[in-house]
Design a protein around this ligand. Structure first.
Ligand SMILES: Cc1cc2nc3c(=O)[nH]c(=O)nc-3n(C[C@H](O)[C@H](O)[C@H](O)COP(=O)(O)OP(=O)(O)OC[C@H]3O[C@@H](n4cnc5c(N)ncnc54)[C@H](O)[C@@H]3O)c2cc1C
Length: 381
């Protein structure tokens, strides 16, 4: 266990690890193979109170700090990548956007059923024309009396095919730069709102990705989060904190890969000895363990800064960048240690190798993380 985790976090890790070993890991290959949203796993996480983590108890959540949620995501990610993405999107993107962007009435309206896991949340920022550059949003928001009319589409929306409550970023004034971006909540079943599942992902196949289409979709003005023009700041704030959770997910993916490599290296015999006795294999695993611990320390620092209410944008970008790339290297080495077996399904390392790849893309690509970090250390030129 990690020396810097407190007693409660150590117990939380043990509880989630046991739950994950019994319920998530045995179904991870099936979720991947069938591209099946892990709804029973999600309900199991809800029973443990994990779908309401970081949401205050007054809004139906189970509370907890980001450091606690980090501990949970490492354990969930080690057992099933898809389930960890589903949980991050539900909690630290979808629900937190309502928590931070909404007023108390909106929090009471949406958060309790999300925190309990009765309903599922999604976060819709990316569009066909833009991912990295949120200022180029095309989905329009036009006021008409007490309603807004939405037109446009969103891509790659995780949980989208099964979600009930969507935090959607729109543009109410394209000439106003970042002040033109406004966040609203759109509920499933609203007339003019169509959800088209997207298939064919390389990994994280259980995440029910969808395209969202808004065709004269009318929502009440009360569904707006914050004021008109506050959506860009809200999106950046949410991504700054949620990236810490992607880093935590990467710790899990990396741990899953390292554990599988250690176990396999003790069983696989070549030239009369287990491959774990070969220095080439031992050194690979030593490097993997160092990378994993370095990523864990960066992630813990970012989560601690967030929990203390201190600036954490640069540190969360550093954690996400390092942990995602470290998980990539670790998954690749784990596959190498498995030889040909690692290249075939079903194999945990083959699945982790594919699942890991998107962690260098979503919630800001590695290039965007480097942009955030370099701007923070150099300043605006
Ligand atoms: C499986 C999956 C799930 C996702 N889930 C969600 C979700 O739930 N909600 C959501 O809103 N989005 C989601 N996304 C979208 C994801 O966040 C975007 O794909 C990502 O931000 C990159 O945007 P893009 O695909 O438009 O790439 P682009 O922005 O077009 O970038 C293309 C390439 O150019 C590079 N690049 C772009 N701008 C710069 C620059 N200024 N300097 C240097 N390099 C640059 C990028 O790093 C990248 O390598 C998901 C994506 C995937 C694949």
């Amino acid at each position: 266990m990690q020396p810097f985790y407190n007693e409660q976090q150590t117990m939380l890790a043990t509880t989630v690890r046991e739950f994950a070993a019994e319920n998530l890991a045995p179904r991870a290959d099936e979720v991947d193979e069938k591209e099946e949203f892990p709804i029973d796993q999600f309900r199991g996480l809800a029973e443990l109170g994990l779908t309401g983590m970081t949401i205050p108890e007054e809004f139906g959540g189970s509370g907890g700090e980001y450091k606690d949620f980090m501990v949970v995501l490492e354990e969930v990610g080690a057992a099933c990548g898809s389930t960890s993405t589903v949980l991050i999107t539900h909690v630290s993107l979808g629900s937190q956007t309502i928590h931070h962007g909404g007023n108390d009435e909106q929090r009471q309206r949406w958060l309790p059923s999300l925190a309990s896991g009765e309903k599922i949340a999604a976060f819709a920022l990316t569009e066909p024309g833009t991912g990295s550059d949120a200022l180029a949003l095309e989905t329009s928001l036009t006021r008409d009396g007490d309603e807004y009319v939405l037109n446009g589409s969103k891509l790659f929306c995780t949980n989208g095919a099964v979600a009930d409550v969507f935090s959607v970023f729109t543009n109410h004034d394209k000439s106003a730069g970042h002040k033109g971006v406004t966040a609203v909540v759109v509920e499933k079943g609203t007339p003019g709102f169509t959800i088209n599942p997207q298939h064919g992902k390389m990994g994280m196949k259980g995440c029910a990705t969808a395209e969202l289409v808004f065709d004269n979709c009318r929502i009440p003005v009360e569904n707006r989060l914050g004021e008109e023009g506050e959506g860009y700041k809200l999106a950046l704030k949410i991504l700054d904190s949620s990236r810490i959770m992607i880093a935590a997910q990467c710790l899990g993916l990396a741990k899953g890969a390292l554990d599988a490599a250690v176990s396999y290296s003790k069983q696989r015999v070549t030239f009369g000895k287990p491959i774990a006795t070969r220095q080439a294999i031992q050194f690979m695993m030593a490097d993997m363990a160092v990378e994993l611990d370095a990523a864990r320390l960066l992630t813990y620092r970012a989560a601690a800064l967030y929990d203390e209410g201190l600036p954490h944008g640069k540190e969360s970008a550093m954690a996400k960048l390092y942990a995602s790339e470290a998980a990539g290297k670790i998954a690749s080495k784990a596959l190498q240690i498995h030889g040909g077996v690692g290249y075939f399904k079903p194999s945990a390392v083959e699945r982790i190798y594919r699942d890991q790849r998107v962690t260098e893309i979503y919630e800001g690509t590695s290039e965007i993380q480097r942009l955030v970090i370099s701007r923070a250390i150099i300043g605006d030129l």
